[in-house]
Write a protein that binds this ligand. Structure first.
Ligand code: SAM
Length: 178
């Protein structure tokens, strides 16, 4: 499965943390990359790339001003577009159908999402029909889509990894890891 997240409408000041968290949640929970749109914010791109260098994997992050072009090109390349919105169909009703697709672009918004996104999307999907957050919606979508398998994902070429244990913090660095 190839799954890329498109984050719409980033606002440099207001969304600094939220957009970073969209990227980190996407990476940790099995997405292959994020395309950022809205205001250009190289600090976020650099910050996420640093996380990838340290924590491994081949997650890609890039900025594209023209998100309509991104969506249209993705569709032309065979990606199905999943737009996460509280107004959509219920996740639990459509996730089975979506799981059968091999290439997905998952779109999350920030403030107001332009109407055309709803029509360009193959699926408008609600993670409950209550208002909440793009980070929460993305995390729950990915967890359901991957059926929990994303939690065991391996991140190749990591310089740092956590050694899971009941208490305390144990971290492995570089050579100690395979
Ligand atoms: N009223 C806004 C709108 O017009 O969509 C909601 C913005 S909300 C703060 C930011 C983003 O979180 C949305 O664009 C959507 O991607 C996601 N989101 C929030 N609640 C959601 C839900 N219940 N289901 C799916 N996605 C949701």
């Amino acid at each position: 499965v190839k799954l890329v997240v498109l984050r719409l409408g980033h606002r440099k000041e207001r969304d600094k943390r939220a957009t970073t968290h969209v990227c980190l949640a996407a990476r940790a929970l099995g997405a292959n990359g994020v395309v950022l749109s809205g205001e250009n914010d190289p600090k976020i791109v650099d910050g996420v790339r640093k996380v990838v260098q340290n924590w491994g994997g081949d997650f890609r992050v890039e900025y594209r001003m023209d998100w309509k072009k991104v969506l249209k090109r993705a569709k032309a390349d065979g990606f199905r577009i999943v737009h996460l919105t509280m107004y959509g169909e219920r996740l639990q009703d459509v996730v089975g159908k979506i799981r059968r697709k091999r290439k997905l672009m998952v779109v999350v918004g920030s403030e107001k999402v332009p109407g055309i996104v709803y029509s360009l999307a193959d699926y408008n999907v609600a993670v409950s029909n209550q208002p909440h957050s793009e980070i929460a919606a993305l995390a729950v979508f990915l967890h359901d889509f991957f059926e929990g398998k994303e939690l065991g994902k391996r991140f190749r070429n990591a310089k740092i990894a956590v050694f899971p244990q009941e208490r305390g913090k144990k971290v492995m660095r570089n050579k100690t890891m395979g």
